[in-house]
Design a protein around this ligand. Sequence first.
Ligand code: FES
Length: 132
Amino acid sequence: MPCKWHPLTAMENAAKDGFTCDAGPTVIPVKCTGLVKVSFLLKLFAKGFDGVLVLGCEEGDCHYYNGSQRCGEIVKETQEILEIAGVPGKRLGFHMISESGGKEYKRVLGNFLKQFKKTTRRRKRVASRGRR
Ligand code: FES
């Protein structure tokens, strides 16, 4: 879920460089990540998204003053709620990225997917223990 300003441009730059992602993420651009609400993030998981990566503009680049910082707090709060609900909080990620951050986008997405796979394996192990 990229902010439509700098992060979306970074994603487009990465695509122009030939970057593709096997995971086939659904891209939901937002006007500013500062407008993202806890309830919206939770609804995405309730609707079946396995993971959500929110990408905001870097500090000082947000077009709406401090949207990225606000979003960082919203993401933390949502991660805590997810943990209580039994969903690993690391399935929700947040990162600030610059317009020229095509390479950074690739790295951030790669790290997020690696982390995501780890939580999936852990959940499967926990689930199989529960069946014994
Ligand atoms: Fe991009 Fe606010 S305008 S995070």
